[in-house]
Design a protein around this ligand. Structure first.
Ligand SMILES: [Zn+2]
Ligand SMILES: [Zn+2]
Ligand SMILES: [Zn+2]
Length: 502
């Protein structure tokens, strides 16, 4: 890439300069999207020019190995310094943008989504073959993504899935059928992996079972979270016992088999679906906690599995009283489910942590001394945050979050970063629980939110510097090991010149 004139472009004109912070980062990301869109347009122009040049012969050329698309992929490959297969994927993406998803592609132009988001939309809509259906799906995806704000990769994926589920349910069902079960093992000595492919419900349950096993250690266990999960899963697969590695005879965690079995019986995965979806009256999609949108048929399949418990969500009860009568700080089970369900994930833009793996946070702090003066335990003031983002909001300097319900009952979250940039996002599953924001509040405005006790801020096990040192030490020891191996190999080669020792 030798064109240095990009350096002369006046970024002021596109708002991509100013104090370093999230606003500039966002403007630059929009610029990347815009350039990716321009590249697709240029490819479309090359295709159009090629077609025009072929004229009446276009039909004859369709079977030729070096057809028009292959020629243009060649141009793209040279321009981008990429392999032919990569260039062909860019050409295919341009054709999708032109023929099937023109409105979604314009989201790229307008910086609403990134190129990986557009690729994901293409992937999610692959099964839609009917021309009218794809036009409807494209229009619906574009409209929704323009409205929701703060679009992440997960949002693009879920919105596309939902529109396919609602306009062409068979397409999603076919994709699910095509996903076959299997176990694969990588043959890479340095990166050995075992992958199990199965349905989302089976994988969700298995993953939680691994978590439950891996959690049975005391605080002196030396392993990282990932290593413990791997050891727990391998122990289960090989029929071995998994335990704490602290080495202490007095370790507090010694689970009996019956205790473990009891824990497994408590493993729950959550799906939020409309009653009309479950009884077959509608094709409205559903939400699988931690995985995202599933189609109506899939939701009904899960509902009919042995062991599935269906609990109706009583929004009248939430409206009546959102908090527990004995403890106004705690939401009722119904309010808790409704708030996790309507947000779907941690509310920080881009965070994918499942709602049921999050803390349910009082956005405006609850005042334990004077509950009526602080933030209310109410649908207007509760949302899920993963532990990290909960701590960041609570103890991080300059992070401000807010939740507002607009006049139409739409729930919005607003996050302001320390540099002063605000991202406004609609509750991700507003479509699933539109009635929730229409419930009137029964409390006054908070006048004296609770105060945060800085002494309760948790500390890292290791400081960032300690963690970096540990990582460097690990890399150094790996290098030394590699050097030792190379030296040993060289010696072995040298020795092989000598007569063998026999
Ligand atoms: Zn222990
Ligand atoms: Zn989070
Ligand atoms: Zn309220």
């Amino acid at each position: 890439m030798t064109n240095t004139r990009w350096n002369e472009v006046n970024l002021d004109e596109v708002g991509a300069t100013g104090p370093a912070g999230a606003a500039v980062i966002e403007a630059l990301a929009s610029g990347e999207s815009f350039l990716a869109w321009r590249r697709l347009v240029v490819i479309i122009e090359m295709l159009a020019a090629g077609m025009a040049a072929l004229g009446a012969d276009a039909g004859d050329c369709a079977r030729r190995m070096i057809d028009l698309e292959a020629n243009i992929a060649g141009e793209v490959a040279v321009g981008m310094r990429v392999a032919r297969s990569t260039a062909e994927r860019h050409v295919a993406l341009a054709v999708e943008a032109r023929d099937r998803l023109p409105q979604s592609a314009r989201l790229l132009r307008d910086g609403v989504i990134s190129l990986p988001c557009f690729r994901e939309i293409v992937l999610q809509t692959t099964g839609v073959t009917d021309g009218d259906a794809i036009a409807a799906v494209d229009a619906a995806i574009a409209q929704e993504l323009r409205e929701i704000g703060g679009v992440s990769y997960g949002d693009a994926s879920n919105v596309a899935r939902r529109m396919v589920a609602e306009f062409d349910a068979d397409a999603l069902r076919e994709r699910r059928r095509a996903h076959s079960k299997g176990v694969t093992v990588s043959n890479d000595v340095d990166d050995a992996t075992l992958t199990i492919a199965a349905s989302v419900e089976e994988i969700a349950l298995a993953s939680k079972a691994i978590d439950a096993r891996a959690a049975r250690v005391c605080k002196n266990d030396s392993r990282s979270c990932g290593a413990r999960r791997a050891d727990a899963a391998l122990a289960a697969l090989t029929g071995n016992k998994f335990g704490c590695d602290c080495g202490s005879d007095n370790c507090a965690v010694r689970a009996t088999d019956s205790e473990i079995a009891e824990e497994f019986a408590k493993i729950v995965v959550h799906v939020i679906a409309h009653e009309s979806t479950l009884n077959g009256d509608s094709s409205k999609a559903a939400w699988f906690d931690g995985f995202g949108v599933i189609d109506a048929h899939h939701a009904r399949e899960i509902a009919s599995r042995p062991g599935t418990l269906i609990r109706p969500l009583d929004l009248d009860a939430v409206a009546d009283c959102p908090f527990q009568l004995g403890n106004h700080y705690r939401p009722t089970a119904g309010t808790d489910v409704a708030m996790r369900g309507v947000h779907g994930t941690c509310v920080f833009p881009g965070c994918k942590r499942p709602a049921w793996g999050c803390d349910l946070d009082h956005v405006c702090e609850y005042n334990h001394e004077d509950p009526a003066a602080g933030g209310a335990t109410c649908q207007c003031n509760l949302n899920p945050k993963c532990r990290f983002h909960h701590l960041l909001k609570t103890y991080g300097e300059g992070w401000i979050d807010d939740q507002v319900v607009d006049a139409n009952g739409v729930i919005w979250t607003e996050l302001t970063t320390p540099s002063g940039h605000t991202v406004r996002s609609r509750a991700r599953n507003q479509w699933l629980l539109p009635q929730l924001g229409l419930i009137p509040c029964k409390h006054g405005r908070p006048v004296a939110p609770g105060v945060i006790d800085a002494a309760t801020e948790p500390e890292r096990k290791r400081t960032r510097t300690q963690a970096k040192h540990a990582q460097r030490m690990q890399i150094r020891s790996q290098r030394r090991y590699a050097m030792a191996c190379a030296k040993a190999a060289a010696t072995a080669q040298y020795d092989s010149a000598e007569p063998p020792p026999f």
